[in-house]
Design a protein around this ligand. Structure first.
Ligand code: SAM
Length: 211
């Protein structure tokens, strides 16, 4: 998977590549789907949610430019796969998941893998996490209609954020960089994520379909 789907498509950060070699994706996927674990597409994880495509996970993780001493906020724990990668690449990870059963499942796998620098919170991640802010990096793994201002506010003085922004069925991956308070936005490409549901995202009533 790492050779054919990640490196061959341009991901270069050695720390990200090593982390992807180390974390076994099949551990985050239900038994019946495990033989597909190393294919380059999202898979269902229950509750209408998905574990993201490995290439997109690598691309977003690389964009955070993690060196190892960062405090990272992840919105959308899902299976916990992305969280496990962040756990290897940063000092501390605060991950928020709105679906309690997914948070509990992810916690179990992350505990089995001894990811002791991860805090998982259950709730609406569109508020960010003011009690732990500011963050050196923020990664949002569900699609938002626009960039919630609260995330910009919770970014540290020099920091990066990656977030899918757009409509219900397709979005654009945006990298937001803060440098001494100045904000720069960079388009990384097209993507398709499940919806970020909450106060500053999509409303729960419109969450009818799996995307
Ligand atoms: N990164 C995850 C992984 O590796 O498995 C995949 C995340 S999945 C594409 C998006 C997740 O965001 C879902 O688990 C969904 O429940 C969660 N989510 C959606 N809206 C949220 C919100 N407001 N706060 C926290 N989590 C949210």
């Amino acid at each position: 998977m790492v050779d054919t789907q990640i490196i061959s498509r341009g991901v270069e950060d050695k720390r990200v590549i090593d982390a992807m070699l180390q974390v076994q994706r099949h551990l985050f996927i239900e038994e019946a789907l495990r033989e597909q674990a190393y294919n380059d597409y999202p898979l269902p994880i229950g509750e209408g949610q998905t574990i993201s495509q490995p290439y997109i996970v690598a691309l977003m993780t690389e964009a955070l430019e993690l060196k190892g001493n960062e405090k990272v906020l992840e919105i959308g724990t899902g299976s916990g796969y992305q969280t496990a990668l962040l756990s290897l690449l940063a000092e501390k990870v605060c991950s928020i998941e709105r679906v309690p059963v997914l948070a509990a499942r992810a916690r179990k796998v992350l505990d089995d893998l001894h990811c002791s620098n991860v805090v998982i919170k259950i709730g609406d991640g569109t508020y960010g996490c003011s009690e732990e802010a500011p963050f050196d990096s923020i990664i949002v793994t569900a699609a938002s209609p626009d960039i919630p201002e609260v995330y910009i506010e919770q970014m540290a003085g020099c920091s990066n954020m990656v977030i899918p922004v757009g409509g219900e069925y397709e979005q654009t991956l945006i990298k937001v960089s803060k440098m001494n308070g100045d904000i720069k936005k960079e388009v990384m490409g097209g993507c398709r994520f499940v919806k970020l549901i909450g106060k500053h995202g999509w409303s729960a009533e419109r969450n009818g379909q799996l995307n």
